[in-house]
Design a protein around this ligand. Structure first.
Ligand code: SAH
Ligand code: MG
Length: 232
């Protein structure tokens, strides 16, 4: 018998070459993805967008719940918005929330250039405030959370209220840069973000609120939950 222990989510197979092969096979990009990435560079935006493999994963989630109406919190250069919008059917709609007006203006232009000005609307301002303004367009089928970590509990509670039963919420960076498991009491400056992410995990894994949940072990951790239908 092998003496090797089962290692959960082992990632030691994931060499750069293997990851590259998988990305090309499952998540090929076209000129629009490259255009948005180029514009991000031009506009001096940080390279903190999701990877193509995560984009495809979001599309899988969107198709699995038949989503037509989606919300994204954290637009940046519109790269994840492109993946999300492509998975929505014709007539589908993505509202994407962006704090920074300059970023939003540049991205609005770029999204128009790739033909998404109708399918995607950028809502400018602090999502803690602006989410209220789109509630009347709900309930929504899918929500992607990818902005300031401290506000994740607020965003998740908003999603819980504004998703239809069976709708899916996905939160990026759920490993909190390798810190999600730490004790906030001894974590110093990062304590508020750690507490916030631990709260998110607590809510998502409560079967009375989300009928199914899992942490998808992407590089950054993608926490996913399906909103529970109300009790009969
Ligand atoms: N989802 C993008 C990356 C988002 S990066 C992609 O994968 O392509 C996070 C973005 O959230 C940044 O553009 C930042 O300006 C924005 N942001 C941060 N705090 C916010 C807030 N309170 N409300 C809305 N957007 C916020
Ligand atoms: Mg992210």
């Amino acid at each position: 018998m092998s003496s090797s222990k089962h290692i959960e989510n082992r990632n030691d197979y994931q060499t750069p070459a293997l990851v590259d092969y998988i990305r090309k096979a499952f998540s090929p990009e076209d000129t629009r993805h490259q255009y948005l990435l180029d514009q991000m560079q031009k506009n001096n935006l940080p390279e903190i967008q999701i990877g193509a493999s995560e984009g495809k994963l979001l599309q899988l989630l969107i198709h699995s719940c038949g989503a037509k109406k989606a919300v994204e919190i954290g637009t940046l250069g519109g790269y994840s918005a492109l993946w999300i919008a492509d998975a929505l059917p014709e007539g589908g709609k993505l509202y994407t929330m962006e704090y920074d007006p300059k970023t939003a203006a540049g991205t609005e232009k770029a999204l128009k250039e790739v033909g998404l000005s109708e399918k995607v609307s950028i809502v400018v301002g602090d999502a803690n405030e602006t989410l209220k303004t789109i509630e009347s367009f709900g309930p929504f089928d899918f929500c992607f959370i990818d902005a300031d970590k401290i506000s994740y509990p607020h965003y998740l509670l908003w999603a819980e209220r504004n998703l239809r039963p069976g709708g899916i919420v996905a939160a990026d960076n759920a490993y909190l840069f390798g810190q999600v498991h730490l004790n906030p009491a001894t974590a110093g400056d990062d304590a508020p973000a750690i507490s916030a992410m631990q709260k998110v995990i607590k809510i998502l894994t409560d079967p009375s609120r989300f009928s199914m949940s899992a942490m998808i072990p992407t590089g950054e951790g993608l926490a996913v939950g399906i909103k529970k239908p109300p009790a009969e």
